[in-house]
Design a protein around this ligand. Sequence first.
Ligand code: KIV
Length: 270
Amino acid sequence: MSMQSQAMDRKMNVRSIQKMKGVEPITMITAYDALFGGIFDGEVEMILVGDSLNMSFFAEPDTLSATMEQMLYHTKAVCKGAKRSLVVFDMPFGSYTHPQQALENAVRVYRETCAEAVKIEGGKEKAEIVRLLSENGIAVFAHIGLMPQSVRAEGGYRVQGRSEEERRKLMEDAKALEEAGAFALLLEGMVSELAEEITRSVSIPTIGIGAGNGTDGQVLVWSDMFGFFEAFKPKFVKRYLDGAELLRKGLRQYREEVKSRAFPDEEHSY
Ligand code: KIV
């Protein structure tokens, strides 16, 4: 059996993730509940309880209205299923606007869930927060590039790193966040060459989404990659399943069998 098709037999932690840099690409997927947390557990190194749930599961137009309470609730659920993959908690918009508030909220994450790292969006302006959390024993996964929590302030989603100025800023951000103690970097929606250059320039792992093939690993939103979220499909999403269609097919068969009284049959009756 190839390495790719085997489930992991060990529990991942921030150190084992860091050791994978330059050795083996790191896989990550989102999950929002115990059922899928359990299915994905051990198949990928990391599971992100992303605030993307606000869009894919609550049908909101962006991630901004997700709250700490919602994220804690979903992370607790994922933790019931995820025993081997490292769980990352996505700090929602407004929960880390100043250092003390960020620390208090991140402490709650460690106290109330099994998450081993918190993800925060922002460049070097967030370095002080990353440092404070790291110095207080909280692992931070820093998220730069296209930052969905800035969608309203930026007036939309835009691929980053097309100009020299942007490339310079993102490189500075990456280095400042590493220096502040981030355990890993998420690089979203940026030109591939820049993501590759950042990956070469930092000693912590980089996980990309819409950032090409030169990062240390990849993350995708599960409902996008398995074709359950049908509202739109960004260019960087590869659909590995036609999930919504598969479900509808099963549902239609169920409906027909109920209507024709083919279900329940002897086998499914007492
Ligand atoms: O919330 C989320 O799912 C994310 C993705 C961009 C990885 O942050």
